[in-house]
Design a binder for this molecule. Structure first.
Ligand code: NAP
Length: 454
């Protein structure tokens, strides 16, 4: 097995990258351990400089990194630029806030004084997906590096150039070799990493299948995990919503990153009195989306990242149609030789059909109608996932009432679910556990040490 970089739009092979030998992997683990002893002893204010340097480098090199993303996984170029810029924002957020987030504090107790300290834990191993190949990695790297941990990454095998470019970025920013190392390893070698005594935590962003496999291994060796898994966010539009805005935002929420986002809106529930009107405007706007070459700045929807993923999506569409689903726009490839799927809208499906339990990871939008609040809450929760939810209503009381009853990690009211450095991010149910970003993210992999003075 080797890591292979293939441009999903041109299908050109951009490079192959050999798997590490056991000996090479061993040396990298040794390095991560050695550097941990040094890095963990630095103060947070000493560590801040690295993230500031990296943020500055991203500003200067953003076109280069955005092009690597677009070439390897097909994200439309303007969205790749936005992803890279967000990484710089994240670095600056933790550079500014880490000291405060990790500040010791005092608690009442039977001792004369009790303090809580946040100390580095060790090496943190990340297994990451290709869909936001920089952002997902940065949101683990920035807080862990600030917390004094060292980091090892197993990236998705279709984005090896992204992995190498990020490693280089940190080295250029002045990181000691060993603070962050990319590992080209196979699944079996993950175990060698996880069982290493100095590896203290494992974080995976990806599918449920991969998440449970890695969590099982981590459990075998008693290592803490954070899992950021799939999602099937509901997008609920009540009768009182501003329709135009709910269509415009719905299109971004579903089709951004060619529909390959964990927090994409993946099930649309529209009140039955506005269903026809919503569907008509939606289809009209979708027809104006530009599907094509992701390097063209005018493209909104690019190729699906890999052939196997598009085949899976096409199989899901066929099964939906067999269940009675009616395609009202899209449904086929733009060109049989390309991995471009027309943005697709499907109606006439039952919101309780088991097919809705699957994640639709591509530009496909199932549209359902509902009669009342209780019914739509039931439909929204009738799903294994619990990542995010979007609620559109002009009644603030209704918005709060519904938000309370929806089982997800995030709710967006009259807007779309998105992540920000300063807000906790994560899911419940099959979407995983633990939180990334904000003060919660930086405290996932630290030793929360209680110190009593008697
Ligand atoms: P994936 O196929 O599960 O892969 C994720 C990572 O896990 C890749 O690095 C993959 O390596 C690795 N992996 C898979 N099976 C493994 C095993 N048995 N042992 C060790 N490593 C293993 O997911 P993906 O297709 O890259 O990403 C899409 C999924 O990620 C979607 O479900 C999406 O919703 C989810 N996601 C969640 C969030 C969130 O924050 N909740 C964010 C982004 C994406 P290979 O590439 O080598 O197979």
């Amino acid at each position: 097995m080797a890591y292979k970089s293939v441009n999903p739009y041109t299908k050109k092979v951009l490079g192959t990258f050999e798997i590490l030998s056991e000996k090479e992997l061993h040396l990298k683990l040794q390095k991560a351990e050695e550097v941990f002893h040094e890095w963990s002893k630095r103060t947070v204010s000493e560590r801040v400089r690295l993230l500031e340097e990296v943020a500055g480098l991203i500003d200067k090199q953003k076109a280069l990194h955005a092009e690597i993303i677009t070439a390897e996984m097909g994200k439309p170029i303007n969205q790749s630029i936005a992803e890279v810029e967000k990484c710089a924002w994240l670095c600056r957020y933790y550079a500014e806030q880490a000291e405060d987030h990790l500040k010791p504090f005092t608690m009442e107790s039977t001792a004369r004084e009790s303090q809580v300290w946040f100390e580095p834990l060790g090496i943190i191993f990340a297994v990451m997906p290709w869909n936001f190949p920089y952002w997902q990695v940065f949101r683990y790297l920035a807080p862990n590096i600030m917390a004094g941990n060292t980091c090892l990454l197993k990236h998705a095998s279709n984005v090896p150039q992204c992995a190498e470019a990020m490693e280089k970025l940190f080295l250029q920013g002045g990181a000691n070799e060993g603070i962050f190392q990319n590992l080209f390893i196979d699944y079996g070698q993950s175990e060698m990493v996880i069982k290493h005594p100095r590896v203290a935590g494992v974080t995976l962003t990806g599918s449920n299948y991969a998440g449970y496999k890695i969590a099982e291994l981590a459990g075998r060796y008693g290592k803490k995990t954070v899992l950021e898994l799939g999602g099937s966010d509901p997008f609920i539009v009540f009768e009182s919503a501003t329709l135009e805005k709910a269509v415009e935002t719905g299109i971004i929420a579903r089709f951004q990153n060619t529909g390959q986002s964990c927090i994409a809106a993946k099930r649309f529930f529209i009140h039955d009195r506005i269903f026809e009107e919503y569907a008509t405007i939606l289809v009209d706007r979708i027809k104006k989306q530009k599907t094509g070459d992701p390097m063209n700045p005018e493209t909104n929807i690019g190729p699906v990242a890999r052939e196997d993923l598009l085949l899976e999506l096409e199989d899901q569409i066929s099964r939906m149609v067999r269940e009675g689903g009616r395609i009202i726009t899209g449904g086929k490839r733009v060109n049989p030789d390309k991995l471009l799927l027309e943005p697709t809208v499907i109606t006439n499906l039952s919101p309780e059909s088991p097919i809705n339990d699957e994640e639709l990871f591509g530009p496909v939008l199932p549209l359902f109608s509902f009669r009342d609040e209780q019914e739509v809450i039931h439909y929204a929760n009738h799903n294994p996932f619990g990542l995010g939810a979007n609620i559109w209503t002009s009644d603030p009381e209704q918005a709060k009432r519904v938000a309370h009853q929806i089982e997800t990690g995030t709710v967006a009211i009259n807007g779309m679910v998105k992540s920000e450095p300063n807000l906790p991010f994560g899911g419940v149910k099959a979407s995983g556990y633990g939180r990334e970003l904000s003060v919660f993210g930086i405290r996932e992999f630290v030793n929360i040490k209680t110190v009593n003075f008697f």
